[in-house]
Write a protein that binds this ligand. Structure first.
Ligand SMILES: [Zn+2]
Length: 317
């Protein structure tokens, strides 16, 4: 039984998100959350999911959402970030079904100082809910790691239990981004030491204190996975990671395709007319953004497929 026997293709919310994460936890795979900044990067992520026959999480960061709305719009009071998140979500909703995969629509880190962005997205969720009976987004992330201990959770087992208990009073539909040595971005090899086995200790502690049957009482999110070994990723997945954020590596992948295209077609990209084939030969078919942006999409598709493979998120439909 695959995921499409459980949920439909297209954007899913509520109970269907719960079903997909439960399925991932049970079958020991995780779904990559691809940070997207444009319709082009959204489409590349969806294309990779379709090719992998797997679900995908499309994610907008605060800055990525502002970019989606357009850098020409002021982001005073988070206006551009709110508009871009809404625009991006509507784009995903319009095309996701055509790719034939379940899609979770997520927002990324929201620090306390960015709460107006959060409020704006929740207002859009409520407005969409009033018309369609479900929120616009599937899920949002709240990140209070910059705040004091009273408002935050340091990641030791007791703290994971505390946040679990606090959230459980509101909903069972949440995941926790626990720290285990991970950092955002890419660093020289050897600078980051991951301890994914800590997640297993957290799970055991929760199982004992919650007195539950399952060995994985909580869903974990893996942030800062760029540059991690496949082994580290798989250990984390085995201990209940169901979502891994991917941003830096797909940024590079997108650029790589464009860079390689430019290097290959350099002599065709110096003027609108005139190339090695003759001074009057037009270059329109090379400089058309549909051509060179597509090269970035192709290499991003390959990188997202690699992320899916690392996480076991392949042939899951
Ligand atoms: Zn993160």
């Amino acid at each position: 039984m695959g995921l499409l026997d459980i949920v439909q293709a297209g954007v899913i919310t509520g109970d269907n998100v719960r079903k997909v994460f439960a399925y991932a936890s049970e079958h020991k795979f995780a779904i990559p959350a691809i940070n997207c900044t444009s319709s082009s990067t959204v489409n590349a992520a969806l294309e990779a999911a379709r090719d992998s026959k797997a679900p995908i999480i499309i994610q907008f960061s605060n800055g990525g959402a502002a970019y989606f709305a357009g850098k020409g719009i002021s982001n005073k009071d988070e206006k551009a970030s709110i508009l871009g998140a809404i625009a991006g979500a509507h784009h995903v909703r319009a095309v996701a079904k055509a790719y034939g995969v379940p899609v979770i629509l997520h927002s990324d880190h929201c620090a306390k100082k960015l709460l107006p962005w959060f409020d704006g997205m929740l207002a859009a969720d409520e407005e969409y809910f009033a018309k369609h009976g479900e929120p616009l987004f599937s899920s949002h992330m709240l990140d209070l790691s910059e705040e004091s201990k009273e408002e935050n959770i340091e990641t030791c087992p007791q703290d994971i239990l505390d946040i679990h208990n606090a959230f459980s009073k509101v909903t069972d539909l949440f995941s926790i981004a626990a720290a285990f040595g991970n950092v955002h971005g890419v660093y020289a090899p050897g600078n980051v030491k991951l301890h994914p086995e800590l997640l297993g200790k957290h799970q055991a502690y929760l199982k004992e204190h919650l007195k539950v049957e399952t060995n994985k009482p909580v869903w974990f999110v893996f942030h800062g996975g760029s540059g991690s070994s496949r082994e580290e990723i798989q250990t984390a997945v085995n201990f209940g990671v169901v979502k891994m954020n991917v941003d830096t590596d797909t940024q590079w992948a997108y650029w790589k395709g464009i860079k390689e295209f430019y290097e290959k077609k350099r002599d065709y990209l110096q003027a609108q007319v005139g190339n090695p084939e003759g001074p009057n030969k037009p270059n329109k078919k090379v400089y058309d953004p549909r051509v060179w942006v597509r090269e970035g999409e192709k290499t991003m598709v390959e990188r997202v497929k690699e992320a899916c493979a690392d996480l076991g998120n392949v042939d899951r439909l």
